[in-house]
Design a protein around this ligand. Structure first.
Ligand SMILES: [Zn+2]
Length: 401
């Protein structure tokens, strides 16, 4: 009996079907199962696209789950083509009908110039930073990677945008776009926690970028130091997954609404006035949009006065944080977002109420026969919409009911 390793391996090689990289690259396709039998640290350095990871040490246990069809052609590879020969023999014993080992393994595959990719894995710093997310099954490593790839656009780096952006950055949302044309003003600091006394007079987008990137270097902050207009909104919004609306004026609210319906982007809407806050999610074609509630901006004579509206400093913290929560749910696809639900918070009573909102079939933007098909740059509003929305919440809700 051949008792040396060399003899043993020669016997195996004689039994196992091997193919070089060129032939394997031709075979790969939907009818092929491809398994990488290397260890995790090797897999982490790169693998052949479409492969599943079945380390040789777990092959027997994992094969049925990861390479489920024993009648399909199964191709295995390792680093140099030795372990995959042994693994191929093992699979044949488990009943796999046609198993091929990649001759020369991943190394020859790579050297021959065929495609490979690196798996997305969290670095050890990221695994630490996001460890409390990794402990939640609904987020986990996959969810965290989703967040790191996600892009959220914040309209305004003010009262609502500050806490929302702060928490999204902490959570590891990879790209935060911030639209704000203002500079930091002393009256902002009572609630706009991204900014600080030493940054008075600096553009808010720059101040926000400093704070957020200091908190989490994984986050890329893209500042847009401009007002949203019909000219720039398509360019700005197109790239993002979710929009957080903390706008403080009617023209932006309506423009953003119309663009979000056009681009099919969910908008997490927040609104504050004195002690009252409101949050909802406008998800195009699933729930109502802003115009379902208020078809047009109020006529200037009915709009709230041009005086600045007062607000309790912590209120935007509560509402903006709920907006961040909704954005995370939308990005991760978990929970029940506030679609068609208007959440009202009264800071004095410390009560939450919820009002159902329905789509308006006559909505000029998302209704059955849209009448507004181009962007409108409304002019002549100096008032903040928060007061208007606070006064009209029930009419709006009733009209939609
Ligand atoms: Zn609508």
């Amino acid at each position: 009996m051949g008792s040396t390793y060399r003899d043993y391996f020669a016997q195996l090689k004689a039994k196992v079907h091997e193919e070089p990289p060129q032939r394997v690259s031709e075979l790969l396709g939907p009818d092929i199962q491809l398994g990488d039998v290397r260890e995790k640290n090797e897999w982490d350095e790169g693998f052949i696209p479409g492969a599943v990871h079945v380390p040789k040490s777990y092959l027997e246990q994992w094969a049925e789950e990861r390479l489920p069809d024993k009648n399909k052609t199964t191709i295995l590879y390792c680093a140099g083509g030795v372990r995959s020969v042994m693994a191929a023999d093992t699979l044949a014993k488990l009943g796999y009908r046609n198993v091929i080992s990649l001759a020369g393994g991943f190394n020859r595959w790579k050297d021959s110039g065929f495609k490979w990719e690196k798996p997305e894995t969290l670095s050890s710093e990221q695994a630490q930073r996001y460890s409390r997310h990794l402990l939640i099954p609904q987020v986990g490593e996959k969810g965290q990677q989703t967040l790191l790839r996600s892009k959220v656009l914040l309209i305004g780096a003010g009262g609502l945008g500050s806490p929302a952006a702060y928490y999204l950055a902490a959570a590891g949302v990879g790209t935060l776009g911030i639209v704000d044309s203002d500079v930091v003003d002393a009256t902002n600091l009572q609630r706009q926690i991204l900014h600080s006394t030493e940054r008075l007079g600096e553009p808010k987008v720059d101040s926000a970028k400093q704070t957020l990137e200091a908190l989490n270097p994984d986050v890329k902050v893209v500042g847009y130091r401009e007002r949203l207009t019909s000219e720039n909104i398509d360019r700005i919004i197109a790239d993002y997954d979710v929009v957080i609306d903390g706008a403080d004026n009617f023209p932006t609210r309506y423009l953003l609404n119309d663009a979000s319906v056009k681009w099919n982007k969910p908008v997490v809407h927040g609104s504050i006035y004195r002690f009252e806050g409101q949050v909802t999610v406008f998800k195009p074609h699933e729930g109502p949009c802003y115009r379902c509630l208020f078809h047009q901006p109020p006529p200037p004579e009915l709009a709230p006065s041009c005086a600045e509206a007062g607000v309790l400093g912590v209120l935007p913290g509560v509402i903006g944080t709920i907006q961040a929560n909704e954005a995370l749910k939308l990005l991760l696809g978990i929970g029940e977002p506030l679609v068609g639900r208007y959440l009202l918070f009264d800071a004095l009573d410390a009560t939450f109420r919820e009002v159902k909102l329905r789509r308006d079939p006559k909505c000029p933007v998302c209704g059955e026969h849209p009448t507004i098909t181009e962007y409108i740059d409304y002019e002549g509003f100096c008032a903040s919409p928060g007061e208007w929305e606070a006064q009209h919440k029930l009419q709006g809700a009733a009209a939609a009911d």
